[in-house]
Design a protein around this ligand. Structure first.
Ligand code: ZN
Length: 260
């Protein structure tokens, strides 16, 4: 299986780069990107998982309903993207369940920050996809953590995919920079070793980010954003399908692991 995950959040990245963006603008860019993603998934006839903040869901409930009505999974990406207390784990789950009308089984911490696994379990999650098992200078060093799924306090951990050996991350930024043939080659290597891929993106990558005055983002982030990114991911999905990979929701994978 290839698990595609999309983290829908307040687009607070410009604040890390010294810009101010109204909450309305932060939500709008995520909504526009989400609509592009939904169209792309529908055209490919595949399902995916959307990790949403409660803040986003409360402000844009119609998008949550649309995601669910098109057969995708809603998981939690916390309450706010820029503020966390342990109580948010259960609160965001409940809000997303009320707004989506579905159970919420999965969690992903904002910015892949560490989170207390006993709190994840207490909040009632089945799986947690909050580990990028590599070293990202200035962010985290997860070199010693498992690359593939494992259980921690009976919560299934679904680290995002990195290649075997050198642990090259197959995360969102790699899809902006590497030639597609390299991405596909790394995908094959990783899939052969692990038996699945867990990939993640953000809706705002599917919007043109190349407005330095407005967003203040560096070139390594804006490269290949917007239409170019839609083309890249569409191409990747078509390639994956032609290779016989099965694109699925994280919960489908989690249940297959748990039932074994
Ligand atoms: Zn996020």
């Amino acid at each position: 299986m290839i698990l595609l995950g999309f983290d829908i959040e307040e687009f607070d990245l410009p604040m890390e780069h010294g810009k101010t963006l109204s909450i309305a603008d932060q939500l709008t860019i995520s909504t526009k990107g989400t609509l592009s993603i939904l169209a792309m998934l529908k055209a490919a006839n595949i399902k995916a998982t959307f990790y949403c903040t409660a803040k986003y869901a409360i402000c844009q409930p119609h998008i949550i309903k649309k995601i669910v009505s098109e057969g995708h999974e809603i998981a939690s990406h916390g309450y706010y993207h820029s503020h966390f207390i342990p109580e948010h784990l259960a609160q965001s789950k409940k809000i997303l369940e009320n707004l989506s009308g579905n159970n919420v089984f999965g969690y992903r911490m904002a910015r892949m920050m560490p989170v207390d696994e006993s709190e994840i379990k207490r909040a009632g999650y089945l799986y947690n996809s909050s580990i990028n098992p590599t070293w990202l200078p200035g962010r985290y060093n997860n070199w010693r953590k498992s690359r593939i799924w494992f259980f921690d306090r009976s919560v299934l951990q679904l680290p995002v995919s990195v290649s075997p050996l050198i642990r090259f991350p197959l995360f969102w930024l790699s899809f902006h920079h590497l030639p597609m043939f390299v991405i596909k080659w790394l995908s094959i290597l990783t899939y052969r070793k692990d038996g699945y891929l867990n990939l993640y993106f953000h809706p705002w990558e599917f919007e043109d980010l190349n407005y330095p005055e407005k967003y203040g983002l560096p070139s390594y982030i804006v490269k290949n954003s917007g239409e170019k990114f839609i083309k890249r991911i569409t191409n990747y999905i078509e390639w994956g399908k032609s290779k016989g990979y099965n694109f699925a929701k994280s919960i489908d994978f989690a249940q297959s692991v748990i039932s074994d």
